[in-house]
Design a protein around this ligand. Structure first.
Ligand code: HEM
Length: 427
């Protein structure tokens, strides 16, 4: 049951409010206790906040359409204009092929999964370790760095650039492009920002289309080559080539989906180490024990999930957790709240790698749309966590905690910039 303060928060709060976006846990708790399937009038979205209701929605991709939920969310209210800009200036409007519903999604998904098997990702560990080591060594003696801009973002971009076979030296552009793509589902852009972000996406598409043409003629050992030459299996044993539009959208998804998200996880890791000594101590204790370190990473994902909320649309009137939502309702699955649900994770704000049900967190979603890049994301965060302990000591915030800003968006909870200080660990 919600108490009086929580009822007030439910009545007057909205996830569109920056103050709630940046410090959301009290709002989430109020909703879970008092109105777990809540219509947010400002967003005109239903916020699904309890773990079991999120799981229910995720498990039924026909009643709850990703395709409709995601694509109506895109540049909401300005879709026609957004699509027109991409058509006239960006080589085409290419709807996200992976943001689709079964049975189509199932075929596309198989193709994506083959790119990210745990086995393939395991082979990347030495290379990821080398990139992480280089980044940390480049700052270790300076005693100060921006953990987001100097470490987290360059790592995730370098890794995906190498996987896709793109050019090095593009970090700033790719980072800007990632922001532009995710802003389209973040619900906080005004028209001017939408136009500027759409033009960034045009730039991105021209760059990717150029690379695709190169690999069509000269295939290499990279994911762009794999995707432009991929064949989708049909149930009758025949295969179809991906269309050009599908191929562009999948390469764009590969480039963008893992950058901000994984960089956010690493930003959160630094933030927690700087502000919660018990977490920094725990990491030191487990850093050289692979099994415990993996649990540490999972608890990090649970306690600070980078992806806050993603979309679905109800394709018919349906009851969720006792509340009826109408056909055509836009839903936000609030993963951030599901991971904080005290009925599943007791004392949810305490960091405990021994939770027996750690694997139930929803930071990577669940059901048929569960994150396809999770093995890569886990690997990048794990290697970073281990190498931080090997190199840096005494991590502290270089600015007051109240000055930390979050990217204004409903889709993720992302620290924008994180100046820290530290010393190089004596070996
Ligand atoms: C810590 C980092 C990451 C987090 C927290 C994360 C989170 C998520 C979540 C919550 C979903 C579910 C979407 C939904 O329910 O609608 C998802 C899907 C997806 N993720 Fe990730 N992700 C991360 C890293 C990555 C990486 C590294 C890649 C690839 C390079 C990636 C690619 C994708 C793709 C393609 C999907 C769509 C899957 C589908 O709809 O079938 N993600 N991710």
């Amino acid at each position: 049951m919600a108490d009086a303060a929580e009822l007030d928060l439910i009545e007057n709060g909205t996830l569109a409010d920056y103050a709630i976006q940046s410090q959301p846990n009290a709002f989430y708790a109020a909703l879970r206790h008092g109105d777990p399937v809540h219509h947010d009038p400002k967003l005109d979205s239903w916020l699904i906040t309890r773990h079991e209701d999120i799981a229910f929605v995720q498990s039924d991709p026909i009643t709850f359409s990703v395709n409709k939920g995601y694509h109506t969310q895109q540049a909401r209210g300005m879709q026609a204009e957004y699509q027109e800009i991409l058509r006239t200036e960006g080589g085409g409007y290419f709807p996200d092929a992976i943001m689709s519903d079964p049975p189509y999604h199932t075929r596309i998904r198989k193709l994506m999964e083959s790119a990210f098997t745990a086995h393939r990702v395991k082979d990347l560990e030495p290379r990821i370790t080398a990139v992480v080591s280089e980044l940390l060594d480049s700052v270790a003696d300076k005693g100060t760095a921006n953990a987001v801009k100097d470490i987290a973002v360059p790592l995730t971009i370098r890794v995906i650039v190498e996987q896709l076979g793109l050019d090095h030296g593009m970090e700033n552009k790719i980072s800007r492009w990632s922001v532009a793509v995710t802003a389209q589902i973040g619900r906080m852009q005004d028209r001017e920002q939408m136009l500027e972000n759409a033009r960034q996406i045009c730039d991105l598409q021209h760059y990717l289309i150029g690379k695709m043409k190169e690999r069509e003629a000269n295939p290499g050992e990279d994911m762009i080559s794999d995707i432009v030459h991929a064949e989708l299996p049909n149930p009758d044993g025949t295969t179809d080539k991906l269309t050009f539009a599908e191929a562009v959208s999948l390469i764009r998804a590969m480039l963008i989906a893992g950058n901000d998200t994984t960089a956010t996880a690493i930003g959160n890791l630094f933030f927690l180490m700087a502000t919660r000594p018990e977490i920094a101590d725990k990491l030191k204790e487990v850093a050289e024990d692979d099994r415990k370190l993996s649990r540490f990473v999972e608890e990090l994902m649970r306690i600070e999930p980078p992806v806050r909320a993603l979309s679905r649309m109800a394709t018919k009137e349906v009851v969720i957790g006792g509340t009826t939502v109408p056909e055509g309702a836009h839903l936000l699955l609030v993963y951030g709240s599901g991971n904080d649900d005290e009925t599943v994770f007791p004392d949810p704000r305490s960091f405990d790698i021994e939770r027996p049900n750690l694997g139930r967190h929803v930071a990577f979603g669940g059901g048929p749309h569960r994150c396809v890049g999770l093995a890569l994301a886990r690997m990048e965060v794990k290697v970073m966590a281990r190498e931080i302990v090997r190199r840096l000591d005494g991590i502290k915030l270089a600015i007051p905690v109240e000055d930390i800003r979050y990217v204004p968006t409903v889709a993720t909870r992302t620290i924008e910039s994180l100046p820290i200080t530290f010393t190089r660990r004596a070996t």
